[in-house]
Design a protein around this ligand. Structure first.
Ligand SMILES: Nc1nc2c(ncn2[C@@H]2O[C@H](COP(=O)(O)OP(=O)(O)O)[C@@H](O)[C@H]2O)c(=O)[nH]1
Ligand SMILES: [Mg+2]
Length: 225
């Protein structure tokens, strides 16, 4: 008799399953989780540093840092004296994205009863992190003006998968031939509902608006009866 060949239809199945478990856990514990994605160097760590500084008076925050190698980003945030776990994917085939199974392990290590906000800094790359559900409440895609206006058009899955775009490094605009209308048009074409915040993680410009928006979303989840 011929061997029955099975086709694995959903290679992301276990990852999606874990993400669903994470979502249920975070709902029960009333914790808001944000996944921050971008290409390397657009400013995720610098912005996370600033956001923690602005939010830690109101929320109990933990961070999950993803990189292929080093604990450099975790070290930059250590001054905040909050729980931080670094994932080095060099231990897992140098994967270019974070996976829900690892996020679940991190959440098991945190004391979840003492947290209400988890920020994940995903691996720097505009491609595969978009494909892997982590069970978060919201995805931020960060794009720095130094990367050019065309990235939303070139990497549509990333810009479609996130709800919010943080356009960073606007302090550099005087030194660049950057067309703000063009980038906004490229974003709108891929994701018409995307919320866009224009900021400088270096100077802090635009962060009051971003933080107000974040507070509204976080509070809507963690303060519900
Ligand atoms: N001029 C300027 N530089 C920035 C800004 N945000 C980050 N940087 C710099 O960009 C580089 C990469 O930032 P980092 O936060 O490490 O990016 P990540 O790789 O996305 O985490 C560092 O040298 C930062 O100091 C910004 O708003 N303006
Ligand atoms: Mg970083």
């Amino acid at each position: 008799m011929a061997t029955q060949i099975e086709i694995l239809k959903d290679i992301f199945e276990s990852s999606v399953q874990k993400a669903a478990e994470i979502r249920a856990l975070l709902r029960e514990k009333k914790i808001y989780m944000i996944d921050v994605m971008s290409s390397p160097g657009s400013g995720k760590t610098t912005a996370t540093d600033r956001l923690i500084g602005m939010l830690k008076g109101s929320y109990r925050i933990a961070v999950i840092e993803g990189d292929i190698k080093t604990t450099k980003d975790a070290e930059k945030l250590a001054k905040h004296d909050i729980p931080i776990i670094q994932i080095e994917t060099a231990l897992y085939n140098s994967d270019c994205h974070l996976e829900s199974t690892w996020i679940k392990r991190c959440l098991e290590k945190f004391d979840l009863d003492k947290l209400n906000l988890v920020i994940i800094e995903n691996i720097g790359n505009l491609i595969c992190p978009a494909e892997f559900e982590l069970g978060d409440d919201e995805r931020f895609v960060m794009l720095s003006v130094a990367e050019g206006e065309d990235k939303p058009a070139k990497y549509p899955p990333m810009f479609r998968s996130a709800k919010t775009c943080i356009l960073n490094k606007i302090d550099l605009l005087p030194y660049l031939d950057y067309d703000m209308n063009e980038v906004m048009e490229n974003i709108r074409r891929v994701n018409p509902d995307m919320q866009v915040f224009k900021v400088s993680a270096k100077t802090g410009e635009g962060f009051d608006e971003l933080v107000a928006y974040m507070r509204k979303n976080i509070d809507a989840k963690i303060r519900q009866p």
